[in-house]
Design a protein around this ligand. Sequence first.
Ligand code: KG4
Ligand code: ZN
Length: 383
Amino acid sequence: MIIVGIETSCDETAAAIIEGKSVETQNFAFGAKDFVSVQSNVVSSQIEIHKKYGGVVPEVAAREHVLNILPVVNEALEKANLTPIPPLLIRRGGVKKRGIDAIAVTVGPGLITSLIVGIETAKTLSCVWDVPLIAINHIEGHIYANFVGKSKVKSQKSKIFPALILTVSGGHTMLVLMAGHGKYKVIGETRDDAAGEAFDKAAKLLGIGYPGGPAIAAEAAKFSIFNFQFSIKSETKNQKPKILLPRPMIKSSDYDFSFSGLKTALLYQLKKDGEWHGRIPEYCAEFQQAVIDVLVAKTVKAARDFKVKTVMLSGGVAANKELRRQMEEKVKIELPKTQYLIPNIQYTTDNAVMVATAGYFRALKKDFTPWQKIKVNPNLELR
Ligand code: KG4
Ligand code: ZN
């Protein structure tokens, strides 16, 4: 089954083609029979445009999507050897015509004017090509980044569900219980800032650029190289970090998060420290570690309480190498029977491969939406 994915919920215009197959062998994803291969993956990022404002400007983002969407979809089709749009005007030798089975598009949550660009494009293509549409929740898309390609499942017989997914992006921080494909229950979420938002705001305070997550991770890595003080060894007395930030809600009995206080704590520390400009890597290392400690502790607690078979990461913050590594270590030690899956880094931040993959699993259940009924929902909830 060939699925076209379209994603325009924030500041990335993205299109992708995936092929989903049911295969007889048990070697592929999660001991299940469905295998998703990526035919093309095109992401046009607006980061350079929004950088000068220190964040995404919705109106600017929507205008950029309008300019980029058709070239991006065309490039994705061409890279997958499919006939580009419009088929009668562009004829190139060697472009193979193949069937497209469905178009999956993000309908929310996200920026309303940005989402509309992707949705209207998908609706038009669905009419022109006469193929069904699949409405995808952006968070669901992030979760399905874990289902792309071959998995790293330990045992071929192992099952993944129930699974627990830590979804950490610029707009969301949630713990999602997944009972099966398309079956979600949000058991905890942030009460204020998302984890990615916290990284972005902290980076702004430190003046190290946008988006904040990669900038903080890069600075933190410099500190760890010279002073191996963090993570596992941080208990050792003489190796304690000099800057200490709080770990908000780490001991609360629920599965919720709160990150706005952490950013404020950083602000107060910077105000007290006249030398902070010379200690940016150290501040970044401690900030990153504070976020990771809370994310790991809450995820492991929830995984144990709900006796899940798999722990997964998703969303832009799942690109953070220290989070990936420390979560793996903790799951291995505390929950040895639980599998740990993480998406390929290129599918953690916004992309359309994840949307198309979520679409494939919905298409298997014939979960299509007629174009007349597809609606944008900037506040769409996961259920
Ligand atoms: O999923 P995403 O691309 O967009 C949303 O749906 O929000 O996530 C973007 C977020 C940004 O806040 C960015 O700072 C964060 O993901 N991010 C990271 C890293 N790479 C991106 N955070 C921490 N470490 C990273 N390496
Ligand atoms: Zn996202």
